[in-house]
Design a protein around this ligand. Sequence first.
Ligand code: NAD
Ligand code: WQD
Length: 346
Amino acid sequence: MSKILVTGGAGYIGSHTVVELQNEGFEVIIVDNLSNSKIEVLNGIEKITGVRPAFENIDCLDYMNLDRMFETRGNIDGIIHFAAYKAVGESVEKPLMYYRNNLVSLINLLQLMPIHKIKNIVFSSSCTVYGQPDQLPVTENAPIKPALSPYGNTKQICEEIIRDTAHAAPETYQAILLRYFNPIGAHPTALIGELPNGVPNNLLPFVAQTAIGIRPELKVFGNDYNTPDGSCIRDYINVVDLARAHVVALKRMMNNKMTENIETFNLGTGRGLSVLEIINDFERVNDVKVPYQIVGRREGDIEKVWADATLANEVLGWQAKETIDDTLGSAWAWEKHLAETEPKSV
Ligand code: NAD
Ligand code: WQD
């Protein structure tokens, strides 16, 4: 049985990926310092798959502890590196916290990989590296635009660090960079999902919290964009679809199918939806009201972006499958699950 280390595996995308890995017969070790997640997520994973993943409460900044973990666990076949801070606004206020956490965690792993004879790493990148693309849908060859936040910059720099490292030692490393568009939704069982941390910045958690009454109303940031209904357009991708892509990427590496030792893929649906479309669909699918008000634009927002996912379709054989209705249904089911199990977080 292949053994995979999942850093940040207790988090939103990580936990869904652990489930898909276990469903495909991988043995999983999670490394997470629980800075943005809770240990209870392991119960959810275990309920879904019947297997409790191994868990190590380690900070990826802690080189010595990571080293010890690799030594004790032995024979790890690949790493999926999710662990990072991800709040755009916070990164503007605390840039060094973001640069340290996101860059040093990656550097530690890359340094430890050859020592422990691990060749394969999958990295969580983001469509944020494209900024506002000149052409839509955006392909992997689109130019990387100057980052709009320190968070976005960490993703660009991490990509470069991996590229330089893999280039310098092609026999030692294989890397797949996955550029996620906007992950939303939760596992269909509603046993795992995205955990709220204060007031959500992202659209879907805010929509769901408004529908359930935690927030009085959603603010729609702008209706004067150059889009059909004036609100911004994004490529919202189901988190389970996204998780499955990681399993496919790992298998590609482990089966020596890569054509170069570093490959990059967009992970999106190829379909752009506006903020107002998301609100209307959420209301229709879940038969709830989402009170909202149009307000001014949010600084730094991209007008419209959606993926050309042809490369992932053709090379990885991966495609987003879940419908937007099912995805918005899963987000609502998860919100209701949270309402039953968590005290209200305001
Ligand atoms: P998340 O915050 O839910 O998960 C990240 C996990 O990493 C958390 O469990 C956190 O406790 C852990 N972590 C953070 N720093 C750590 C450290 N130094 N050592 C050990 N554990 C640490 O975030 P997510 O939404 O699941 O995102 C996962 C990855 O995907 C991140 O790298 C993020 O930047 C990237 N990404 C996310 C999105 C998105 O919209 N959610 C989009 C594109 C890319
Ligand atoms: C989506 C749309 C908002 C909240 C961010 C990061 C990006 C990434 C994903 C990681 C926008 C609108 C939102 C609200 C609103 N992650 N909105 N009212 O901005 O595409 O991307 O998260 O790499 O790096 O920048 O996602 O969910 O914040 O916003 O009108 O209360 O919803 O203006 O058009 P975004 P989002």
